[in-house]
Design a protein around this ligand. Structure first.
Ligand code: LRH
Ligand code: MN
Length: 439
């Protein structure tokens, strides 16, 4: 039986006093930059106060599978000090949240994050200020003691017994989520085909819809089902749920609790993702995000590291949707990171990703939506672009740092993490070969 221990060693290195002390040495310079920005924006009739408050309230959930170094099929390069258990993953999320003030929840993946006592795990997380966001099922790998293989699919499989097994797994994941206090199930299927002729597209879709209907019937009333789409991988000719249209069709067939989850890396090159967001937000079917950065495919790199302007345009569509009373509220959306780190310290990468997300949200909050709407209505193409780019070109980092400061977190979390040699301390505690479950 697991009993919640007192604070984990990793947390001992991040006492609020140490953070406040370090912030003190950075405060004068930070406030100088903030007041300077405040003056610049005041001249544009932009009040920074509501922007900072929105940034403070914005929380991005941590994927449990990204707290260790993820690999590719070509190799995996462990960094050491990786979390070896669900408790250590929660401890690292709590550590991250103490440094950023913007990561107060973790998204678990079953069976990568199984436990013998989920209510004790819930208590452990609660005592560290960490909640549980959407919980993920996994029918894209074969698990120990599993009877039927998912080699040829799961919810879309041609054999009823395999579909049954996958449905029961999803229901079991819902049971676990309920014990943890999650309010949503994320279902991403690796189901599809590698070769023409391998699958009957219509039957595969219909079997998937039927299977999801059975899981949907098991969903608690106040829960959401988040349907995640992906154009390819692990199948490379077709995926049963390849795009937002198919995910939306399934969600509409299932019912109001079914929503579409947008993983930024799950789009073919040059897809206008912000238009997909506008479409889904416009009809109240945008359930959540998996934030990451990519150039080619599902690269799962740091959010905002490659295409910050696209991330800005995505937040512009979200802010505009919420401004213009579209049936979408920030609180209804599951904001989650989904990344896999081959060459960065996972905690440093999650700090950079969180910063990248808050920066583009801040840029979108600077936009005068009424003025933009007017320019659009008047087909003032040049002026409309000027409004967007003027906001994007403001250095909003003092606003994001101020939100962290007010959340009692670090003005500069990355420098703090390095200066406190936290990775070295994690390696000392957990060993250089400790390995996290996940990708
Ligand atoms: C699929 C995916 C999905 C997760 C997995 C870890 O590519 O984005 O969200 O289940 O990564
Ligand atoms: Mn994802």
């Amino acid at each position: 039986m697991f009993t919640p221990k007192t604070k984990q060693p990793s947390e001992m290195m991040t006492t609020p006093e140490l953070i406040a002390q370090t912030n003190q040495s950075l405060l004068a310079d930070h406030q100088h930059q903030l007041y300077h920005l405040q003056e610049i924006l005041a001249k544009k009739q932009i009040d920074i106060e509501p922007v900072i408050q929105k940034l403070q309230a914005f929380q991005v959930s941590v994927p449990s599978w990204a707290l260790g170094t993820g690999g590719t099929r070509f190799g995996r390069f462990p960094i050491g000090g990786e979390p070896r258990s669900i408790e250590e993953k929660i401890a690292d999320t709590s550590l991250l949240h103490q440094l950023t003030g913007s990561n107060n929840a973790i998204s678990l993946h079953i069976p990568w994050d199984t436990s013998l006592d989920y209510s004790a795990v819930r208590q452990f997380a609660h005592s560290r200020g960490i909640k549980f966001d959407a919980i993920n099922s996994n029918t894209f790998q074969d698990h120990p003691q599993q009877v039927y293989s998912y080699k040829y699919g799961s919810l879309s499989h041609t054999k009823a017994e395999v579909r049954r097994q996958a449905i029961e797994h999803n229901c079991e994941v819902i049971n676990i989520g309920q014990q943890l206090g999650s309010k949503a199930l994320t279902t991403w299927l690796g189901d599809g085909a590698n070769f023409p002729g391998q699958n009957n597209f219509r039957k595969a879709y219909e079997r998937t819809a039927e299977s999801l209907q059975e899981i949907y019937r098991y969903l608690p009333t106040h829960w959401q089902m988040l349907i995640e789409y992906k154009p390819y991988e692990p199948n490379f000719y077709s995926m049963v749920i390849p795009d937002w249209g198919t995910a939306l069709l399934l969600a509409q067939q299932l019912g109001d609790q079914a929503q579409v989850l947008v993983d930024l890396g799950h789009h073919l090159p040059n897809t206008n993702i912000e238009q997909i967001i506008a479409r889904l937000a416009g009809i109240g079917r945008l359930g959540g995000f998996h934030f990451n950065g990519s150039s080619y495919g599902d690269d799962d790199l740091t959010t905002g590291a490659l295409k910050p302007y696209r991330l800005f345009l995505i937040f512009q569509e979200l802010v505009n949707a919420m401004w213009s009373d579209a049936p979408t509220n920030a609180s209804d959306i599951a904001w989650m990171i989904d990344a896999s780190h081959n060459t960065k310290d996972p905690i440093e990468d999650l700090m950079q990703a969180t910063e990248g997300i808050l920066i583009e949200y801040a840029h979108a909050l600077l936009i005068d939506q009424k003025m933009l709407e007017y320019m659009q209505e008047e087909n003032e193409v040049v002026q409309a672009q000027e409004i967007l780019q003027a906001a994007f070109r403001v250095d909003v980092r003092p606003l994001v740092a101020e939100a962290r400061f007010r959340n009692k977190a670090c003005i500069d979390p990355l420098t703090f993490f390095r200066a406190q040699r936290i990775r070295a301390a994690l390696i000392e505690k957990r060993g250089v070969a400790s390995r996290a479950t996940g990708l």
